[in-house]
Design a protein around this ligand. Structure first.
Ligand code: SAH
Length: 458
């Protein structure tokens, strides 16, 4: 027999919000039964309607804030709820940073089982807006008009014509002008359902420190109609664009770019810097989206990793080699290991671009490559780990510990897998010394963390 739940769908309740889940949703209880509500904050009393009930918890929709939290503010974006790209705009920035520190603390205590490890206060931005250097605007048709914008939460409906406040300001203006050109010439816009039409996305990438800007038009055609006129238009109207690229994407999928690029003018890439190092960014290149905070994060990693300059470091999950280059001055030799071949090629090119010769990049799975290196007698004095959300493979952690580096610096985008891996490393003889969260993605629930671990003599 189905057990009766203490809450009913479509019923209204008044509840006290007592906590916050890791995606920023408020948590409260009705007769001890957990209810998640988006857009509410701890210490608030709110009126909600239950929209979904599962055996162990329910989801409520906010109807009315009866007693607001002092941390509540008016979201700056009019499409905050529809878009879903940000989750914390209704909190003051100080409260967002505190929320992130707490998320890391809770994971380290609950999953990592570590008490008494200091979690530093999350390092925020002076200006937590307009921080993203890469924007991808879908192009669509609404009524008679060609529009650009962002997809609404969990849909492909375009929210048209609003500037996204976490994006670099120029991106939207540039995409808007290119859209006007497309509309003026009557170039057909791609239709996802029929697979017909040409123009799909406009992508902009901005080098924050160099001012270089690349615009990429993703189109379902080998040749872009009115290509010469577009080049002339962009050069005349937007001289700040240093490169314009046509990306050919003829596949009927959600992926924004196809494999092939045609450079319409400029070099086909931009350069940006992190610290004193230059990076080449092509349409397909991965590059951290918040370059200002990336430098903060890497400087912390460097501070944690720094030894005397005579040692070897492994930068595992190295991407395009940003951390490797950042550390190259302070180490005798840096080995970067990365799974994705084009990222490894970018890493090698970036090393060359910066005249750095003491770094070597190896393509492969860290959990396979590192045991092979160790078997050949190559070992690290310091290991940097920066894995994807799922964290590190256990075999890798065991090999790293067997190598006995003095320190491990762990950079993580997921507090839960970080805490799990810290616990494993703790059992393998590495003590967590310091935990520093950094806010790379203001207004969203995402948090990046850098951790210093030291080997315990046994
Ligand atoms: N350290 C980089 C990128 C970190 S993102 C930076 O700061 O920019 C994580 C990276 O790990 C991605 O580039 C991904 O391709 C890579 N990766 C995923 N699984 C891997 C594995 N098993 N071995 C090595 N690299 C892996």
């Amino acid at each position: 027999m189905k057990k009766e739940l203490p809450v009913k769908r479509n019923e209204t309740y008044t509840i006290d919000i007592t906590g916050q889940g890791h995606e920023g949703q408020g948590v409260g209880r009705i007769d001890g039964f957990t209810v998640f509500v988006e857009g509410v904050l701890p210490s608030e009393k709110v009126e909600i309607k239950i929209v979904k009930a599962a055996p162990s918890h329910a989801f409520g929709k906010l109807l009315n804030v009866i007693e607001p939290s002092p941390a509540r503010i008016q979201p700056f974006c009019s499409t905050y709820k529809r878009c879903g790209g940000c989750q914390l705009q209704h909190m003051t920035y100080e409260a967002q940073l505190e929320f992130k520190t707490n998320i890391v603390r809770e994971a380290v205590q609950r999953i990592g089982g570590m008490e008494g490890v200091e979690i530093k206060h999350t390092i925020g931005m002076n200006q937590p807006l307009n921080y993203r250097n890469k924007a991808q605007y879908p192009v669509g048709v609404q009524g008679e008009q060609v529009v650009i914008g962002f997809y609404a939460n969990r849909s492909h409906e375009i929210i048209a014509g609003t500037q996204c406040e976490i994006q670099h300001k120029r991106g939207f203006q540039i995409a808007g002008k290119i859209k006007e050109f497309i509309e003026g010439k009557g170039i057909p816009v791609y239709n996802e359902k029929s697979g017909k039409g040409i123009i799909r996305h406009i992508v902009t990438r901005v080098g924050f420190s160099t001012g270089e800007i690349m615009a990429v038009v993703a189109a379902n055609a080998d040749n872009l109609p009115y290509k010469d006129e577009l080049v002339e238009f962009v050069e005349r109207e937007m001289p700040e664009i240093t490169s314009l690229v046509h990306n050919i994407n003829k596949k009927n999928t959600n992926v924004i770019f196809g494999e092939q690029n045609k450079v319409l003018f400029g070099r086909g890439y931009i350069i940006d810097t992190i610290g004193k190092y230059q990076f080449k960014i092509s349409p397909h290149s991965f590059f951290q989206v918040n370059p200002v905070q990336t430098e903060v994060l890497y400087s912390k990693a460097l501070e944690y990793a720094r030894l005397t300059g005579k040692e070897t470091v492994f930068d595992l999950y190295c991407g395009i080699g940003t951390i490797s280059l950042f550390l190259s001055d302070n180490f005798k030799k840096v080995y970067g290991v990365e799974l994705v071949q084009p990222a490894v090629e970018d890493a090698r090119e970036n090393a060359k671009l910066n005249g750095i010769s003491n770094v070597e990049f190896i393509c492969g799975e860290a959990e396979k490559v590192v045991p092979e290196m160790y078997a050949k007698g190559i070992r690290a004095d310091v290991v940097v780990l920066d894995p994807p959300r799922k964290g590190c493979d256990r075999v890798l952690l065991e090999t790293v510990a067997a190598m006995k580096p003095e320190r491990i610096v762990y950079v993580s985008c997921n507090p839960s897998t970080l805490a799990r891996d810290l616990k494993i490393l703790d059992e393998l003889g590495y003590k967590t010394k310091e935990i520093q969260p950094v806010d790379m993605f203001p207004q969203t629930y995402h948090v990046e963390t850098v951790v210093l671990m030291s080997r315990v003599e046994k």
